[in-house]
Design a protein around this ligand. Structure first.
Ligand SMILES: Nc1ncnc2c1ncn2[C@@H]1O[C@H](COP(=O)(O)OP(=O)(O)OP(=O)(O)O)[C@@H](O)[C@H]1O
Length: 274
């Protein structure tokens, strides 16, 4: 594979549900050690795109490639086996499981033989704690700790560390920082940078421009199911990106309008439209 070959690529992918066309001619690619940020407002088609990338949906038209070779994922396990890991907003972790159990769910190390095989808790805990610590999540020191007691950021980070440990090459992060406070979001962004440093190809889905700018190498803005803009880090300002996401409406103008309204109405904001 040459350095320039994308690990994962979509070419002119459409996705329709019956008569409803949701994705329109989506072309995107992500390379090793690169973070592609997919920015889009509510309803832009982000979930449909993630599900198409991860084998939940099949494209209606268009092709997907891994390492330059055509791929056709008919189910999520096809994408997983090809090294595509999707981490959802809340980390997809099981709150009542321990860190060690959660890390290995479905692939637990065992000890003993034949019918006497049992889950090797100590080994699972030791490997899980080492893997998350290596990722800079130093506050997780006890593999018996319940995942439900971890912070949102730690859960996300655990899910990312888990995916990397099991050999993911492409990491799809679905709004990983959406529900987090500033410090926790910063922690998750550090983990994203670490995944990138380790050579993973990361697709980071978000509507938070600042978070995207903190880690992104390449950006694509999705509007009504189509890529409305495609640019590299440093080519656009935060304001320009926010305006693009708003579909060309200038957010600065919008803010000025709202302020003007409030001045004329005793500081009261406009009534939301129903
Ligand atoms: N199975 C489906 N059948 C018909 N329309 C659908 C289906 N799934 C999604 N859509 C439509 O496609 C559009 C994009 O939906 P999608 O959930 O992908 O957006 P999104 O960007 O993830 O939004 P949000 O951030 O609000 O979750 C929406 O208008 C939605 O109603």
């Amino acid at each position: 594979m040459s350095d320039n070959t994308a690990v994962l690529e979509m070419r002119k992918v459409d996705k329709s549900f019956g008569p409803i066309d949701v994705l329109h001619s989506i072309s995107l690619k992500v390379k090793e050690g690169e973070v592609l940020c997919l920015l889009g407002d509510n309803g832009a088609g982000k979930s449909t795109l993630i599900k198409t990338l991860s084998g939940v949906f099949q494209p209606t038209r268009g092709e997907m490639y891994m390492d330059g070779k055509p791929v056709n994922f008919t189910r999520p396990s096809d994408a997983q086996n090809a090294g595509i890991a999707t981490v959802h907003q809340f980390g997809g972790t099981y709150p009542l499981m321990s860190v060690g159990r959660n890390f290995f769910v479905g692939q637990e190390p065992t000890k003993g033989y034949g019918p006497f095989k049992i889950y090797d808790r100590e080994k699972a805990n030791a490997i899980a704690v080492e893997a998350v610590q290596n990722f800079g999540i130093t506050r997780i020191t006890d593999g018996d700790r319940l995942v439900g007691g971890l912070s949102g950021g730690e859960r996300q980070s655990l899910a990312i560390a888990r995916a990397v440990h099991f050999g993911a090459r492409v990491l799809i992060l679905d709004e990983p920082t959406a529900a987090l406070g500033v410090k926790q979001a910063a922690h998750v962004l550090r983990i994203v940078n670490e995944a990138k440093r380790r050579g993973l190809a990361v697709i980071f889905i978000t509507h938070q421009v600042m978070h995207a700018m903190a880690v992104g190498d390449h950006f694509a803005v999705l509007i009504r199911g189509a890529i409305a803009a495609d640019f590299r880090a440093g080519e656009k300002s935060r304001e320009e990106i926010a305006d693009l996401m708003a579909g060309g409406e200038s957010m600065a103008d919008l803010e000025a309008n709202i302020e003007g309204y409030m001045e004329a109405h005793d500081g009261q904001p406009p009534e939301p439209a129903h």
